[in-house]
Design a protein around this ligand. Structure first.
Ligand SMILES: [Fe+2]
Length: 330
């Protein structure tokens, strides 16, 4: 199939998206500039800070021994448990000395043209994809500003400041992972021009959000922010019998479907962040996209011939109906 011209490799200025490249129908609020960044971080009150402290304490009961060592070290280096929602300026100053990254505040927006059936469902989104990629390519991590409430303390689908900062930012202190995130941002524009955003999105999902790491034979840890920012999935992803655990293969993962509102039936495991970096940066994505049938994906429960399987799951949780069915995360 025809593909659009190669994007320029200069990431210093915002990309021009050619006509025909899909971008989500988001309206930029008037007070934001072209970079879509909020001029400053939200001010939090004492209730907000107490919610952060309680979420932090809850995670610290389940993370030791289950979270990747690099993540735990990142928490400590950035002192994310110092009390209250962290200040993005302080975080950025510390990150800058470690890996050259910063954390920047972005708004939560409701797109106005997304229709499902008869009703308009407000799907909260952050910033347009090409702007998100642009920030990553420049080592800026766009983080949500708002914090969940007591009513949504246990489960919230949209990424709040706890998910974004507690879940993602500690990994940015790891030099190799920090480089991987930047390369991911650079790869984004290419995927958009090939109309293969869904494939690249699967890679983000199964690494940055839900990745597992084998630190030593049999010692599986989580490094994905989607796992590490909630209490249930940490134990399920690392220890439960239900999910498949399969060694990461970039081509395979980019052909794999995923769910956004339930525990994953399958996780992909890396041996090291060097392995993740090399598998991604050395893959010729032009060739991959040319050979990728746009309509085809593997089901997220599938185990296929090429898989190097660490644990073939019983899929009991998923087969019993998953979230909402009362199934236990076993
Ligand atoms: Fe996330």
């Amino acid at each position: 199939m025809a593909t659009l011209a190669e994007p320029p490799q200069d990431f210093t200025s915002l990309p021009e998206m050619p006509e025909g490249v899909f971008t989500a129908p988001l309206k930029r609020p008037e007070h934001l500039g072209e970079d879509w960044l909020e001029p400053k971080q939200t001010e939090y009150d004492s209730d907000d800070d107490a919610i952060w402290n309680d979420l932090f304490a809850r995670q610290m009961e389940v993370l030791p021994g289950r979270a990747a060592s690099a993540f735990m070290q990142g928490l400590e280096k950035l002192d994310l448990g110092r009390g209250g929602v962290p200040d993005f300026g302080d975080l950025s100053a510390e990150l800058d000395t470690l890996t050259g990254w910063s954390v920047v505040p972005v708004p939560m927006l409701i797109p106005d043209h997304i229709f499902f059936g008869w009703s308009v469902v407000p799907v909260p989104m952050l910033i347009p994809d090409h702007i998100f990629f642009w920030h990553l390519a420049n080592r800026r991590f766009p983080a949500g500003n708002f914090i969940r409430t007591r009513e949504t303390f246990d489960y919230i689908q949209e990424p709040d400041v706890f998910h974004d900062v507690f879940g993602h930012v500690p990994m940015l202190t790891d030099p190799i992972f920090a480089d991987y995130m930047q390369e991911y941002g650079k790869a984004g524009w290419k995927a958009m021009r090939h109309n293969r955003l869904k494939a690249l999105g699967s890679l983000y999902w199964y690494t940055v959000e839900f990745g597992l790491l084998q630190e030593a034979p049999g010692d599986i840890r989580a490094y994905g922010a989607g796992i590490l920012s909630g209490p249930t999935e940490v134990i399920y992803a690392v220890e439960a019998e239900s999910p498949n655990r399969i060694m990461l293969n970039v081509d395979r993962v980019m052909r794999t479907d995923y769910v956004i509102d339930d525990l994953q039936p399958t996780y992909f495991v890396i041996d090291s962040f060097e392995d993740l970096y090399h598998q991604t940066v050395e893959r010729d994505f032009d060739r991959l996209y040319r050979n990728l049938d746009p309509g085809f994906t593997y089901a997220n429960t599938a185990v296929i011939d090429v898989d190097d399987v660490l644990h073939q799951g019983t899929l009991e949780y998923t087969l019993r109906g998953g979230r909402g069915s009362g199934a236990k995360a076993v």
